[in-house]
Design a protein around this ligand. Structure first.
Ligand code: NAD
Ligand code: TDX
Length: 332
């Protein structure tokens, strides 16, 4: 695979994956990104121009997508509207990008017989009870809760249909919650870190007992590359690093690492339809493809992430007021 098209490569995880490809392969990479509010050119700025080029365009625009797919050996599809809270305010761009955009890419890879990897989320499986010992596996039934997760679930089902009906050479991965550098400050962990830098108390939805299964974005990238290189066509792989903890524990860890009392946070309005718990069983990926995560010390990963947000205030500062104003208007 000499030429790889990465959609959403200017976003949080997509940009991490582009860095990963540059470091671990000889591929030339084209990023196709609409440069929405969630994208950053800065995340790609350090990369060599002879290896990485950026095309600004919409994955739902077939005229843009078709020649880029025709020129690629593989497509890795990260582009999405990615934030649950935004999907509750206005589902429309989620339907357009996550469903129509994926459909547009699938039609192009079908036309040109190009290998395709589809990035998805564990949220397609809905949620688990807090006291349920089970974790999600590749056999868990789809049961999404939000406009975001239902459009991601729909996009996965389109991929499965294009594999079965048209013989598209695709794989799918469903990953748990990512953290690390370049994550938009609308998301839970960077929102609390940047609040504390601003002297504002962290804000926990509801009681804070909801469990998320955290993985470092770098481990997500290494798993995706492994699946791209060795995954079996038509298969789904769950990606997770055994990182379950509830939001209350995560907020307390951030407070402690940033030198505050662990109780210096506020409970705010809960999210509508808030999923209780996500948990990934990644046995298939580990045993069949020999993948293992590198970042297993969540506290060390969090400390490095805090350092990164402290050092990169110029990147997030211009976004902060608008993000907080939108949350405060909802009592969050
Ligand atoms: P992000 O919001 O940080 O980045 C999304 C990128 O997609 C942005 O650069 C944006 O400009 C681009 N984009 C949006 N609409 C587009 C369009 N119509 N055409 C072209 N580009 C468009 O998201 P992220 O957190 O990096 O997530 C990337 C992918 O990983 C998504 O598919 C998401 O569902 C999936 N995922 C995310 C997580 C997580 O914890 N963040 C976990 C599992 C899976
Ligand atoms: O201020 C907050 N306070 C709070 O308690 C915010 C922004 C969130 N939360 C809670 C809600 C969730 O239980 O923290 C948890 C994590 O919230 P998000 O960062 O919004 O992530 P989540 O909704 O779990 O979805 C994420 O993981 C799966 C990504 O945004 C998705 O793109 C991915 O598919």
């Amino acid at each position: 695979m000499d030429r790889i098209l990465v959609t959403g490569g200017a976003g949080f995880i997509g940009s991490n994956f582009v860095h990963h490809l540059v470091a671990r392969t000889d591929a030339r990479i084209t990023v196709l990104d609409k440069m929405t509010y969630a994208a950053s050119r800065e995340a790609l700025a350090a990369l060599p121009a002879e290896r990485v080029s950026l095309v600004v365009g919409d994955i739902a625009d077939a005229a843009v997508v078709d020649p880029l797919v025709a020129a690629a050996d593989a497509v890795v599809h990260f582009a999405a509207e990615s934030h649950n809270d935004n999907s509750l305010q206005d589902p429309s761009p989620f339907v357009q990008t996550n469903l129509v955009g994926t459909f547009t890419l699938l039609e192009a890879v079908r036309r040109h017989d190009v290998r395709y990897h589809h990035i998805s989320t564990d949220e397609v499986y809905g949620d688990l009870e807090l006291d349920d010992p089970a974790r999600f596996t590749e056999a868990t039934a789809y049961n999404p809760s939000s406009p975001y997760s239902s459009t991601k679930a729909g996009s996965d089902l389109l991929v499965r249909a294009w594999v079965r009906s048209f013989g598209v050479r695709a794989t799918i991965s469903n990953c748990s919650n990512n953290y690390g550098p370049w994550q938009h400050i609308e998301k839970f962990i960077p929102r609390q870190i940047t609040n504390l830098i601003d002297g504002v108390r962290p804000r926990l939805y509801g009681a804070g007992l909801n469990v998320r299964d955290w993985i470092h974005a770098e481990d997500h990238s290494s798993a995706v590359l492994r699946i791209l290189e060795r995954g079996a066509i038509g298969e789904t792989y769950l990606i997770g690093a055994d990182g379950e903890r509830n939001n209350l524990e995560t907020v307390r860890l951030i407070l402690r690492l940033m030198g505050h009392d662990e109780n210096d946070f506020d409970h705010v309005n809960d999210r509508a339809g808030h999923d209780l718990r996500y948990a990934i069983d990644s046995t298939k990926l580990r045993t069949e493809l020999g993948w293992a995560p590198s970042f297993q010390d969540f506290e060390a990963g969090m400390a490095a992430t805090i350092d990164w947000y402290r050092a990169n205030e110029a990147w997030w500062r211009p976004k902060k007021d608008a993000v907080e104003a939108a949350y405060l208007a909802k009592g969050q």
